[in-house]
Design a protein around this ligand. Structure first.
Ligand code: FEO
Length: 165
């Protein structure tokens, strides 16, 4: 792999690991605030982001390049409401999408078709990720009382993942 693509992959690995830690923090806030459904969803999401970082790292290792990890910033931990949480998640996914596109552009400019193929999976994945994040913002925005927030929390995992609850 060309160094410019290696650098782009390392930058995207950092973003995926950052997303994992941010979602872990959102999960803890939700658990501490008695929203077990949101806590479960974000815990699952944190694990998924970690697998995204691993997928990029495996591609590098398969091609003889060594992933290099850097320090992660402390994630945000203070939120006023589930609305804040949902907006933070959406902002994070939009930022991750930009990272994926930048990585793909670097691979494309370098003529690295193997990396482009891998990154096509990430482009599709980000479409899915923005779908759930946007839907979460809508659902939380519609819940205007404690009872409706309870109902959203109870069904959020099923709603966003398509699994039955
Ligand atoms: Fe791995 Fe949510 O992006």
């Amino acid at each position: 792999m060309k160094q410019v693509v290696i650098d782009a992959f390392n930058a995207q690995i950092a973003k995926e690991r950052d997303a994992s830690v941010v979602y872990e923090s959102l999960s803890f806030w939700c658990a501490a605030s008695d929203y077990p459904g949101f806590a479960e969803f974000f815990a699952k999401q944190a694990a998924e982001e970690r697998t995204h970082a691993e997928k990029l790292a495996k591609h590098m290792l398969d091609r003889g390049a060594r992933p290099v990890l850097g320090a992660l910033a402390a994630p945000p931990s203070q939120f006023d409401s589930l609305t804040d949480i949902a907006k933070a998640a959406l902002a994070h996914e939009e930022s991750n999408t930009r990272g994926v596109v930048e990585t793909l552009e670097a691979a494309k400019a370098a003529g690295d078709y193997a990396a482009c193929n891998l990154l096509a999976w990430f482009v599709n994945e980000q479409v899915e990720e923005e779908v759930w994040a946007n839907r979460m913002v809508v659902l939380v925005g519609r819940a205007t009382c404690a009872g409706s927030l309870y109902a959203v929390d109870r069904h959020i995992v099923a709603d966003l993942t398509g699994k039955k609850d």
